[in-house]
Design a protein around this ligand. Structure first.
Ligand code: ADP
Length: 395
């Protein structure tokens, strides 16, 4: 086990800044996911920790050691990648023990370590199988076993489940959590899949354009996103965003007004340009909404497309009758629609006129210009408490 620290790590490739002044501290034994869209710098960050690339600036520590200029083999790490490179002509035992044999461990020690690792990844009895006799999931477990036998201080995993089918991926997530508990070791895990990050990690480091946006436990990222990027990236489907202006009685937007008392929300002032954010599950039909303290505003809308998911229905709401109802890919691009999630027994049809309201305790405001979160919850949160101010990103 070891803690891992990046101090002002920057990596430039010609005109691309792949990692931009990254400051992260990962605790001993912590499971941290680096998450963000493709090209945001996750793998490059990981490569600076692994020693596969040298940062242009900054320092990488593993434990108390400055490893910035150390070779990968001297860093006490083991890596598992998306593309599982097993030797096709070697059986499982030989694949798993390959690195140990190179390091001339004695036979007894090799056997002990391989058997222990095989038990952890549940491959006992398969040690004489050849890679082409195994499923994708089993091959991935061989790759993990190969990392385990090295007894590393830190596991680095870069999209290790990306090539597996959806069902197996979900199963392997559980296995990795079990593995983490059992080995009690530091794991740094790269994924573009926010659901994977949400379900497995102690903390998520959300990265955009090479910059750390927020590092917090999954539910903190979900409930108190530090900025618009995190709010839009974490959670599926994405949070609704609507631009508006704070006025004396609440918020004015192009298609609706919300009533709340800005005096109770010291983070904003009358005249401020903001972006309101609300998740689909916090938009409710007025007819269904519970206690009035939390609900803010009555928004008239017309239902457009309905997507029954089994356990809930996603309802696309058109706020402007003139609107064509084009399904914008980018939720920020449309001011004319809201996505609502309702229970599966809700009786709705396309084209219904409905009134909806928002859960004020889960309605966020972001600075319209910088995108930074101003407040999470603008009404009805434990009495008149307007909610908590966000913590600084990169703390
Ligand atoms: P991610 O893992 O989040 O998909 P990467 O870390 O692979 O992102 O890449 C971050 C950025 O750095 C991208 O713009 C990518 O094109 C660029 N990049 C990564 N590796 C290299 C390289 N060896 N040479 C030039 N540019 C690179």
């Amino acid at each position: 086990m070891a803690r891992v620290r990046l101090e002002h790590v920057t990596k430039r490739y010609d005109d691309v800044v792949a990692v931009d002044d990254m400051n992260v501290e990962i605790e001993d034994g912590e499971f941290v996911c680096l998450v963000g869209p493709s090209g945001c710098g996750k793998s490059t960050t990981m490569e600076t920790i692994a020693g596969l690339t040298r940062p242009s600036e900054g320092t990488v520590y593993i434990g108390e050691t400055d490893v910035t200029n150390l070779a990968p083999k001297d860093r006490g790490i083991a890596m598992v990648f998306q593309n599982i490179a097993l030797f096709p002509h070697m059986d499982v035992f030989e694949n798993v023990s390959f690195g140990l044999r190179l390091r001339t461990f004695d036979d007894e020690e090799i056997e002990r370590r391989v058997e222990e690792a095989a038990e952890i990844v549940q491959l006992e009895g398969m040690l004489d199988r050849m890679p082409d006799e195994m499923s994708g999931g089993q091959r991935q477990r061989v790759a993990i076993a190969r990392a385990i036998v090295r007894n590393p201080d830190v596991f680095l995993m870069d999209e290790p489940l990306a090539n597996l089918d959806a069902k197996l991926r979900v199963h392997m997530r559980t296995e990795l959590q079990r593995l983490h508990k059992q080995l009690d070791t530091t794991i740094i895990y790269v994924t573009h899949d926010q659901a994977e990050a949400m379900t497995m990690s102690d903390r998520i480091a959300v990265i955009d354009a090479g910059r750390l946006q927020q590092i917090d436990p999954p539910l903190t990222c979900y409930n108190e996103p530090a900025n618009l990027f995190v709010a839009g990236f974490i959670g599926s489907p994405s949070m609704n965003f609507v631009r508006g202006t704070v006025v004396a009685g609440g918020l004015e937007t192009e298609n609706f007004d919300l009533e709340f008392d800005p005096a109770g929300v010291p983070e904003v002032g009358v005249g401020d340009e903001v972006t309101l954010g609300v998740r689909p599950e916090d938009v409710h039909l007025v007819a269904d909404a519970d206690g009035s303290a939390r609900r803010i505003g009555t928004i008239e809308a017309t239902t457009d497309v309905l997507e029954p998911m089994g356990d809930e229905i996603f309802v696309y709401l058109l706020l402007d009758e003139e609107s064509e109802g084009s399904m914008e890919e980018d939720p920020m691009a449309s001011q004319d629609q809201l996505l609502m999630s309702v229970s599966p027994d809700t009786d709705l049809r396309e084209g219904d006129a409905v009134e909806v309201t928002l859960d004020g305790s889960k309605t966020h405001l972001f600075d319209a210009e910088s995108g930074d979160a101003l407040v999470h919850g603008i009404a009805g949160r434990s009495g008149s408490d307007p909610g908590t101010a966000p913590t600084e990103a990169e703390d």
